[in-house]
Design a binder for this molecule. Structure first.
Ligand code: DAH
Length: 344
């Protein structure tokens, strides 16, 4: 066979007609083997090229290439066509895409947003975030924190008891301070941790008090930590959270687990300390408690108070957005009223 014969033996029209006549994908795949597979006519022509005179090689080579490409393309499009037809026969498609078609996206609750903002400030200062259980035992919630049984300071925290074990031994935690104990029991100093979470108080609801709310606790334990470090940390937090120009202060206070103890407050960000409705015309807003961890507490968790010292602080999370946005009463956070939630 000369080159002309060889090239002519690749009849594209015949091939295309056969492709058009296929009925299913198996037909198409079979025809692919037959037309351009290893044992096909075009494969044989390709093998024969090397025996042709030099001037014929490119001519036949081009014909082989053209045929193979055209047939392969025709097979591909026939295959897709058959698949499309099969899909269409199955009936209407159902769109499972979770869409944005006019639906509003949800977002985090204002308390969660605030908690995360507070965490971010302390994480940037090198603190870790720790969590503990909401159902606590008496040891962690009270005793290890230097509230022995019968101590009058227990009355500062109206407690919900859980009917479990010995009477009055299992409680809904009244503060996040028991997580301090849990962290110190499981981790040697240096400790720089914050502990956010939900807490419970058995008290009558009022515009400012709810029987469930959130606190964030902080704890720093290392060699040589002083009250100055506490004051500096509270100011660093105040600036980072409320902005440049807002001042912090620590006033004498009392908590059984800190000595000395302090009340932490900030100059009113609304009137710059001049006095307004938000700060009850005092120029200051009280946010929580703080102090140097009492040596007895360190002994209770097996840390030597001669070697280590530290500070702690704790404040309510709801208080922040209540001040910032004027949210009142506190129960608004827990009502799940979409008209409130979607504003923040
Ligand atoms: N646990 C205290 C409360 O709920 C708040 C508190 C005060 C936490 C002083 C502290 C602290 O860590 O040092 O009233």
């Amino acid at each position: 066979m000369d080159d002309a014969d060889l090239a002519a033996s690749l009849d594209l029209d015949v091939a295309l007609r056969a492709i058009g006549a296929t009925a299913d994908v198996d037909d198409v795949d079979g025809l692919r083997r037959e037309l351009i597979g290893k044992k096909s006519r075009v494969a044989a022509v390709k093998v024969g090229i090397k025996n042709l005179p030099n001037d014929a090689k490119p001519v036949v080579g081009a014909a082989v290439k053209e045929f193979t490409t055209a047939v392969s393309d025709a097979l591909d499009s026939r295959r897709s066509e058959i698949e499309r037809e099969a899909l269409a026969k199955r009936g209407p498609a159902v769109d499972f895409t979770l869409g944005t078609h006019g639906r509003r996206r949800g977002h985090l609750h204002l308390i969660t947003q605030t908690q995360r903002e507070l965490e971010d400030v302390f994480v940037a200062l090198g603190y870790q975030v720790a969590e503990g259980p909401e159902v606590e035992d008496d040891w962690h919630n009270f005793e290890a924190l230097n509230f022995p049984p019968g101590h009058p300071a227990r009355a500062m925290q109206d407690t919900f008891y859980v009917q479990l074990g010995e009477p009055e031994q299992v409680v809904l935690r009244t503060h996040t301070s028991p997580v301090q104990i849990r962290v110190m029991e499981t981790q040697p100093p240096p400790i720089f941790s914050i502990m956010p979470g939900r807490v419970y108080r058995n008290e009558a609801p009022s515009p400012r008090n709810s029987s469930v709310f959130h606190q964030i606790e902080g704890l720093a334990i290392d060699r040589g930590i002083t009250f100055g470090d506490l004051a500096g940390t509270m100011q660093a937090f105040t600036t980072a959270y409320f902005g440049e120009g807002v001042r912090s202060r620590l006033l004498p206070s009392y908590f059984p687990f800190t000595e000395p103890s302090a009340e932490y407050g900030v100059s009113c960000p609304f009137c710059d300390g001049g006095g307004c409705r938000v700060c009850s015309h005092t120029g200051w807003i009280e946010l929580g408690g703080a102090g140097m961890v009492d040596p007895n507490v360190l002994v209770n968790v097996g840390i030597d108070p001669e070697e280590f010292s530290g500070f702690a602080f704790g404040f309510g999370i709801e208080r922040m957005p209540m001040i910032k946005y004027g949210v009142q009463p506190i129960k608004t956070f827990f009502d799940d009223d979409i008209r409130f939630l979607e504003q923040y």
